[in-house]
Ligand binder design. Structure first.
Ligand code: NAP
Length: 317
């Protein structure tokens, strides 16, 4: 055990428990913290789903499952009342805002407004509402708030306009509230992971729905400029994504543990391959160099139909 004050008295609320599988960071974190002796309140989207069932099966009696859709103020309030009742005397030490959705990675021009709104609802407003609701308990314990943002919330990455903007909002909220809460003795940590292999990319059924939504909301002229062969390429990007992501979640789990228990936690963590380097290139180099670096790393494909046609015309002149 790397930290002296880790004991069964350390009570943590986090959002976890996938409805469909057990691959997520929150799910792994719940199991990890439970195995270390924490008292974990695990918020789940579906208390009867297989993710919740697996936590019931694999974790100790200390772990409690809470029905918690963070976009539903009534459920947030109910979760608060349950946790407040259970922690009466000892207080709640930590809140980990882990819930998040990715949406469909595509050019910002193509993404429907509904996707921007969904990302903001879960990744930003949901996390803010949970933080605001539970802060009285954290102020009492002089505890820890950990916000799971993303590398895409710290640096601009193509195809992540909706997700990245919502995570950037969370990151800035985190920074401001960190400054404000220091007078209460509450420490706030922000986590910007790079790619980890979880279920966040979604399923082919979800992609069907998101792609349909995207195409239905696209003006005919925009669809024609990008060309019908552009959209299947976006899907292929999602299929290739796991290959670039790390299967071992321990860098994130260890950073969250450090944020929760270290006497002097960092305010900013960058777990995962390249996360720290990418932030450095963005913050310390000229923008043109950063853009060049990212285009070399991620490539510039697919090319919209109208640009291919223009290029072909230029060549034939
Ligand atoms: N994996 C990565 O590469 C990566 C990189 C950077 C940042 N992150 C961030 O890390 C966090 C965890 O992601 P992950 O990779 O572990 O993906 P994940 O497995 O999809 O986990 C996201 C979790 O959020 C839950 N969730 C979604 N909407 C919710 C809502 N309205 N209320 C409550 N819970 C909700 C999901 O529940 P269901 O499963 O039941 O839908 C799921 O358990 C996210 O905030 C994500 O943005 C991940």
């Amino acid at each position: 055990m790397p930290y002296k004050n880790c004991s069964a008295a350390v009570k943590i609320l986090l959002q976890t428990g996938r409805t469909g599988s057990d691959t997520g960071i929150g799910h792994a974190l719940a199991k990890y913290l439970d195995s270390l002796g924490f008292v974990v309140f695990a918020g789940v989207l579906n208390k009867d789903g297989p993710g919740a069932e697996e936590l019931r099966r694999a974790c100790s009696q200390r772990l409690s499952l809470l029905q918690l859709d963070i976009t539903n103020p009534t459920q947030v309030k109910e979760a608060y009342l349950k946790v407040a009742e259970k922690v009466q005397n000892t207080g709640l030490w930590g809140v980990v805002n882990n819930a998040g959705i990715l949406g469909f990675p595509a050019d910002g021009e193509l993404l429907p407004m509904s996707m921007y709104r969904q990302c903001m609802d879960v990744n930003f407003f949901g996390a803010v509402e949970v933080s605001k609701t539970f802060l009285p308990l954290l102020r009492k314990s002089r505890g820890r708030l950990v916000n799971m943002s993303s590398m895409a919330g710290g640096i601009p990455l193509p195809k992540y306009a909706a997700y990245g903007a919502s995570k950037a909002a969370l990151s800035l909220f985190s920074g401001v509230i960190r400054q404000e809460l220091s007078k209460w003795g509450v420490k706030v940590a922000l986590v910007h992971p790079s790619g980890f292999r979880t279920g966040i990319q979604g399923t082919s059924e979800l992609w069907d729905k998101q792609e349909k939504d995207l195409l239905e909301n696209l003006p005919a002229a925009v669809r024609s400029d990008y060309g019908d062969d552009y959209f299947p390429e976006l899907r292929r990007y999602l299929l290739r994504m796991p290959a670039y992501c790390e299967a071992d979640l321990s860098p994130v789990l260890n950073d969250v543990l450090h944020a929760l228990l270290a006497p002097r936690p960092h305010s900013f963590y960058t777990p995962g391959k390249g996360a720290y380097l990418h932030h450095c290139v963005f913050y310390y180099f000229p923008v043109w160099f950063y853009d060049f670096f990212i285009s070399k790393l991620l490539g510039t494909k697919p090319v919209p139909r109208a640009l291919r046609t223009a290029e072909a015309k230029d060549k034939s002149l």
